[in-house]
Design a protein around this ligand. Sequence first.
Ligand code: EPU
Length: 439
Amino acid sequence: MEKLIIEGGYPLKGRIVLAGAKNSGFKLLIASLLAASPSEIIGYSRIGDIEITQKIIEALGGGIERVDHQLKVFPQTLSSYSVPAELGKISRACSLFIPPLLFRFGRAIVPLPGGDRIGLRPIDRHLQGLEALGAKIEKKKGFYEISAPQGLRGKKFKFVKNTHTGTDTLLMAAAFAKGKTILENAAEEPETDDLINYLNKMGAKIRRVAQRKIEITGVKKFIGASYEVMPDRNEAVTFGLAALATQGDIFVERARPEYLQAFLEKVKECGGGYQVMPKGIRFWRNNELQATEVKAVPYPGFMTDWQALWTVLMTQAKGKSIVQETIFENRFGYAADLIKMGAKIELFNPRVKNPKQFYNFNWEDNRPEYFHAARISGPTPLKGGLLTIADIRAGATLILAALLAHGRTELTGVEHIDRGYEEFDFRLRKLGAKIKRIG
Ligand code: EPU
């Protein structure tokens, strides 16, 4: 079992180049299966979540060729419409396989999604959309069987609540559904735009016509395309916060300010330094940090993937900060570890008028033991310890905390970090972190 050993207290300095976005790369690979000819995905990240997608494609009979950060997908040899249960269960994105498999075979079998540490993560909104377009969905023991005996037909469909991957799934399905589809209350995430741009390059006809409204005209054929994955904005925030938290100075190359507005506003508000430059953003800290209030909401608001990292920074800010989560029902699991390290964090449930509407998760999935906000009192020094990483963002969070803490931290559960960040420890070391991997 691999471990990360971190000696905290060293400022991180230097330049880092962002990898391709995790939450876009694997979708582009799946979308490639719509085409009748090979595609080329440039600048993808070599991370666990992308490897799982590659394995699923290979298990379905598709071909993958990797050269450095370039991937060629050969969809012509696809021979199965059944996503293997053992791989599907560890992927967070199984529903995305439904549209290309329906397009190629008229059927798809995908395992039921398993919940994870941040929540149940059901796909009811994806399935409602597919049904609206004419798909027939049968829930069997451990899997869904989806067919479209009459083919899919374009339609007006409104998502009951925001769903990032649900929008991506519907986009792909509508791309070949007969006629016109209008998706309302659709996700605005930049990774969804990356998928739209890629699908259009493959021959799809998709455009955003208004805020949260997408129009898709179905086409009969897709051709393989060459496409470069957008840079990872979660990595941008992670490295930006590493500079602020360790009192360092990092130039994050390829960071795009237009995708990070909500984050940059908070950096400014708390007294952190940043400068937008032609090729990226420089982050540093020279002042005392001030407490802030953030609320994780759908894009373009402050991302849920950033809230745990922000909490670490707020342990170093003067005053009482509030971090609220509205997207996932159980995303404060990391707080107990930060408290163990010396942080003063109190979890609570803020008073909310209409929780059923207010929260993005299905309110029925809530549990009395879940908390939706944290009150952080700072500044408090953090000390190293023995900790276990339980999911991707919580992993980056504990590493960040360990980097600013006094003393040595030992982290297990390293595989979660490798699922979402390419060579994270190696890249941090280049910035001056005292971090090593053993085992
Ligand atoms: N939800 C439902 N039913 C649905 C769909 C969603 O109840 O049919 C709930 C979810 O359980 C969640 C909320 O609605 O509580 C929002 O879900 P959404 O579908 O928007 O999120 P996602 O597509 O599952 C993606 C990213 C997340 C990122 C969110 C928000 C991937 C693989 N995951 O999740 O990234 O936080 O969008 O942008 O793209 C991460 O990278 O660590 C991560 C969790």
